[in-house]
Design a protein around this ligand. Structure first.
Ligand code: XUL
Ligand code: CO
Length: 442
C-alpha cells in the first residue's frame, strides 16, 4: 500500500529568487541565498529561522475575538496526531520557503496532558522523533529550543521567580526535558525568555529574592547542560514588560548587569528581539549595538512593533532603516556564530490564508536582504565609519591614549585643561550623515 503525504500548502511551490524587477509576490526580489555580500553568502549572513509558535500554532485570537486563521494541518482525532500533522506542515512550509532553521517551545510542538507530566514528556518524545526524522530528510536544523513557562496557571506568579518553590521545581523539570530534546535535535542554542519572571506589584513581591532565584535556576541549567554534553549556546531574551508590568530581563544592559552580578556572563548571550527593544524605549539598533559592544550578542528575534499601538504586536519586519542598522551592527561584530535571525513574528488577524505565511516571511527576508546590501555599502563606501573614526581621533593623541590606558588622574588633567581652555567642539553632522544613509537606501 502506498500513502501519499498530505500537502498543506498545495498552491505554493519552492520560493525562488526572481530579482528586483519581478512582480511575482511569491518570489524573493532581494534575498538570493547564494549571492555573496561582504564576503559571505546571504544564507550564512542571516541563518533565517521560522518560529513554530506563531507560524504553525497561533490562530490569531486577540482579547476581543477568537482565532481566524485557516490552518489545515490542525486535523486529526487526537492531540498527538494533530501535533504530528502540524510538524509535517512545519517542515513543508520551511522547505518551500528555503529557510535553514526552525525554533520551538516544548508546549508548541506537543500537547500537555493535565496532571500527567510523564505522559506529557512521552508525547513530546513522540513528536520530537518525527521532527528529527524530518530534519534528516530536509536538512533543516534547529536554531534553538525553549520551554513554555508562562501559559499554564501554575506559572501565573512566575516560574524560576515564583514565590512558590513547587513552581520553581516544576519549571526545573520542564527545562531539563526541554534541554534534552533540544540536544536530541542537534539544536545550536537554547533560549530563556523570562515569560512571567517579573512582577505586577511590589506590594506582594520580594524583588531581591526573585533575582537570586532566577540566577540559581540558570546556574542549574548551565550545570545540567554540561552534564549531558550539550554544547549549544544559552541565550536570555530581554523584554521590559508584557505579560508582567515589570519583567526582570528588562533590556540588554539590565541583562548584562544581571549576568555579571551572578557569574553567568560566560554562559549566556542575548537573543535580541526588535519589538522588545522598542517596548523598552530603545531602538532595535541600540539593543544590538549594546550587546555587540559587550560581547554578548548571540541571536536575533526579528519582528517590529507599531508606533501607534505600543504593545508587542510581533509584526513582520519591513522597515529598511531597522534592517540596515541591524545588519550594520552584525557586519561590524563579525556576524552570527551559533545564532541566527528567527522570525518571532505573526501574520495579522485578517491574514487568514496559509499563503499569507509565505508573503510575511518573504517580505521579512527581502527586507533583511536589502538591509544587508545597504549595510555593506556603509562599510565599503566608508564615509560614515570614517566620520565616526575622525570624530574620536583626538583620543588617538598621546593624551587620549594615556587617559584610556589609565595613566593619568584628575590632578594631571587640571593644568592641561587650564592651558587648552576648551570653548567649543565640532559639529556632529547628524543631518549630513542621514543624507548619506538615504542615498545608500535609494
Ligand atoms: C515573547 C517572545 C517569546 C520568546 C521565546 O514575547 O518573544 O516568544 O521568543 O519564548
Ligand atoms: Co522572542
Amino acid at each position: 500500500m502506498t500513502t501519499t503525504a498530505t500537502e498543506y500548502f498545495p498552491g505554493v511551490s519552492k520560493i525562488a529568487y526572481d530579482g528586483p524587477d519581478s512582480r511575482n509576490p511569491l518570489a524573493f526580489k532581494h534575498y538570493d541565498p547564494d549571492a555573496v555580500v561582504a564576503g559571505k553568502s546571504m544564507r550564512d549572513h542571516f541563518r533565517f529561522s521560522v518560529c513554530y509558535w506563531h507560524s504553525m500554532r497561533n490562530a490569531g485570537a486577540d482579547p476581543f475575538g477568537v482565532g481566524t486563521r485557516n490552518m489545515p494541518w490542525e486535523t486529526g482525532s487526537d492531540p498527538v496526531e494533530v501535533a504530528l500533522n502540524t510538524m509535517r506542515a512545519n517542515f513543508e512550509f520551511i522547505s518551500k520557503l528555503g529557510v535553514d532553521f526552525w525554533c520551538f517551545h516544548d508546549r508548541d510542538i506537543a500537547p500537555e496532558t493535565p496532571d500527567d507530566f510523564a505522559k506529557t514528556n512521552q508525547d513530546l518524545d513522540t513528536v520530537v522523533g518525527l521532527a528529527k526524522q524530518l530534519q534528516g530528510e530536509t536538512g533543516i536544523k534547529l536554531l534553538w529550543g525553549t520551554a513554555c513557562l508562562f501559559v499554564h496557571p501554575r506559572y501565573m506568579s512566575g516560574a524560576a521567580t515564583s514565590p512558590y518553590v513547587d513552581a520553581f521545581v516544576h519549571a526545573a523539570a520542564q527545562v531539563k526535558k526541554a534541554i534534552e530534546v533540544t540536544h536530541e535535535l542537534g539544536g545550536e542554542g537554547y533560549v530563556f525568555w523570562g515569560g512571567r519572571e517579573g512582577y505586577d506589584t511590589l506590594l506582594n513581591t520580594d524583588l531581591g529574592r526573585e533575582f537570586d532565584h532566577l540566577a540559581r535556576f540558570l546556574h542549574m541549567a548551565v550545570d545540567f547542560k554540561k552534564s549531558i554534553g550539550f554544547d549549544g549556546q544559552f541565550y536570555i531574551e530581554p523584554k521590559p514588560k508584557e505579560p508582567t508590568k515589570h519583567q526582570y530581563d528588562h533590556d540588554s544592559s539590565a541583562c548584562h548587569a544581571f549576568l555579571q552580578k551572578y557569574g553567568l556572563v560566560d554562559h549566556l548571550k542575548l537573543n535580541i528581539e526588535a519589538n522588545h527593544a522598542t517596548l523598552a524605549g530603545h531602538s532595535f539598533h541600540h539593543e544590538l549595538e549594546y550587546a555587540a559592544a559587550n560581547g554578548i550578542l548571540g541571536s536575533i528575534d526579528a519582528n517590529r512593533g507599531d508606533m501607534l499601538l505600543g504593545w508587542d504586536t510581533d509584526q513582520f519586519p519591513t522597515d529598511l532603516y531597522d534592517t540596515t542598522f541591524a545588519m550594520w551592527t552584525l557586519l561590524k561584530s563579525g556576524g552570527f556564530t551559533t545564532g541566527g535571525l528567527n522570525f518571532d513574528a505573526k501574520v495579522r488577524r485578517q491574514s487568514v490564508d496559509p499563503e499569507d505565511l509565505f508573503h510575511a516571511h518573504i517580505g521579512g527576508m527581502d527586507a533583511f536582504a536589502r538591509g544587508l546590501k545597504v549595510a555593506a555599502k556603509i562599510v565599503e563606501d566608508g564615509r560614515i565609519p570614517d566620520f565616526i573614526a575622525q570624530r574620536y581621533s583626538s583620543w588617538d593623541s598621546d593624551l587620549g591614549k594615556r587617559i584610556e590606558a589609565g595613566h593619568v588622574g584628575l590632578a594631571d588633567l587640571e593644568p592641561i585643561a587650564h592651558q587648552r581652555n576648551l570653548a567649543s567642539v565640532p559639529s556632529s553632522r547628524q543631518e549630513m550623515l542621514e543624507n548619506i544613509l538615504n542615498d545608500y537606501i535609494c
